[in-house]
Design a protein around this ligand. Sequence first.
Ligand SMILES: Nc1ncnc2c1ncn2[C@H]1C[C@H](O)[C@@H](COP(=O)(O)OP(=O)(O)OP(=O)(O)O)O1
Ligand SMILES: [Mg+2]
Length: 191
Amino acid sequence: MTGPSEARHIVNFITGNANKLREVKEILEPAIQVESQALDLLEIQGTLEEVTLDKCRRAADLTGGPVLVEDTSLCFNALGGLPGPYIKWFMTSIGHEGLNNLLAAYPDKSAKAVCTFGYSAGPGHAPILFQGITDGKIVPTRGPATFGWDAIFECGGQTYAEMDKTEKNKVSHRGKALAKLQAWFAKEMTA
Ligand SMILES: Nc1ncnc2c1ncn2[C@H]1C[C@H](O)[C@@H](COP(=O)(O)OP(=O)(O)OP(=O)(O)O)O1
Ligand SMILES: [Mg+2]
């Protein structure tokens, strides 16, 4: 319960991606108010967790305050988890068709979409991670190609691009990770 005298939780979500920001707002608001700064944070090489931890520390140092960051990976099981955190560069360079072609040599088209959020209370505070994973498979493009690789990731018979927003947020890697973050914030608020 939030009374008029109680401060509502506000997060400063640091991202350069407007679509991510829209999804995060759709899921978290109104319970958690989402503010944002569009900074292009340097991303290191490493595991999904290492990439987000480093991104979160960098964002806290740059803004000097509490921050939320997120990193999205798309892991092909036949390729030992690649492209993983490097999906953005693969998307930009070879696109939907190229990503499908990468799997042409393998019967296994299964993939995992992994979303890792990092929250830090500010510079010097250890980031806390919240991860969500959705299993699916890589298919030729279906649905409007408006957000990254949405149109080639199928789960439950539909690609992310074919789902309506509410439906996608319920099953998506981002929705699952944010459910964990919401539960953590709810505990913090009552602590
Ligand atoms: N739910 C999604 N559906 C489709 N594509 C997605 C989704 N989430 C992220 N992507 C895309 C956007 C990027 O090309 C790539 C993830 O790279 P990532 O570094 O996490 O994002 P980004 O660089 O665009 O934003 P940020 O500034 O938050 O790092 O996957
Ligand atoms: Mg990025």
